[in-house]
Design a protein around this ligand. Structure first.
Ligand code: 5GP
Length: 236
């Protein structure tokens, strides 16, 4: 398997072709952005942590029957993934009020929600990733109603698996963002992108300490230490 031509660069990752047409190489970067790219910085070691945490959680999810794009780790910062047609959607699942939900609905941060809340956002930088509903998704032709339903069902199952797994490691899963795609080879729904402290809110179960990207977003300090702590609790 040879690393091939550079394809594109996102805020946190670079994507390369490989000698296998159905596989891509993802390189996780230390670059961090927040607030629509208005805040920029570096979190030393983040790329390696997010690569390893994502690999670990993708494997856990696969063991529980969730198809993901993950194939294998390639060193500290790189993973091999299946190529997919990625939906221009972000699916957010929330167990506890925080972030934009607290702001939008006036709910106190930390309020335990009576049942998980699933939201969809349109991935569009120019529009600042707006919250959209099923009718908007249909108008924009972003996914079929069946695909939306399948993503919602899969996201809720991912939530159940991750809540149980993380609570055994003294971590509360507050909320997280998932992305989905359709695999190029088999045409099936796959979980893609990453599952990491960049894309999840993770709070220490006993102290409530934030162990995720909110430390960077809100200038709380101890960012690198929080990422390292998540890696330690998951992988040891
Ligand atoms: P909120 O809507 O409260 O800002 O985010 C909800 C959850 O989804 C948080 O765990 C947050 O990290 C994640 N999330 C939502 N949108 C993005 C995004 O564009 N990038 C990243 N890294 N995470 C996101």
């Amino acid at each position: 398997m040879q690393k091939g031509e550079f394809l594109y660069e996102g805020k946190a990752k670079k994507i390369f072709r490989t000698s296998e047409p159905g596989l891509l190489l993802v390189e996780y970067k230390d670059d961090a952005t927040a607030f629509d790219g208005r805040k920029k910085g570096t979190i030393v070691g983040k790329g390696a942590v997010n690569n390893q945490v994502s690999a670990h959680l993708f494997q856990l999810l696969e063991q529980h029957g969730i198809p993901t794009h993950f194939v294998e780790l390639r060193g500290d910062r790189e993973m091999l993934v299946r190529r997919a047609r990625v939906f221009a959607l972000e699916v957010v699942v929330r167990n506890i009020a925080a972030g934009s939900l607290s702001k939008r609905l006036g709910l106190a941060e930390g309020l335990v929600l009576p049942a998980p809340v699933v939201e969809t956002y349109y991935k569009n930088d120019a529009l600042h990733d707006p919250l959209i509903n099923d009718d908007h998704i249909r108008v924009l032709n972003l996914a079929t109603p069946d695909e939306v339903q399948a993503m919602r069902t899969m996201a809720l199952r991912v939530n159940e698996i991750l809540v149980a797994y993380l609570s055994n490691r003294k971590i509360r899963l507050v909320d997280f963002k998932l992305e989905f795609g359709i695999s190029q080879d088999e045409g099936r729904l796959l979980l893609v992108d990453e599952v990491s402290p960049d894309t999840c809110r993770l709070w220490d179960q006993d102290t409530g300490e934030k162990l995720d990207k909110d430390r960077f977003r809100r200038d709380l300090g101890g960012v690198e230490e929080a990422y390292a702590e998540i890696l330690r609790r998951l992988i040891g």
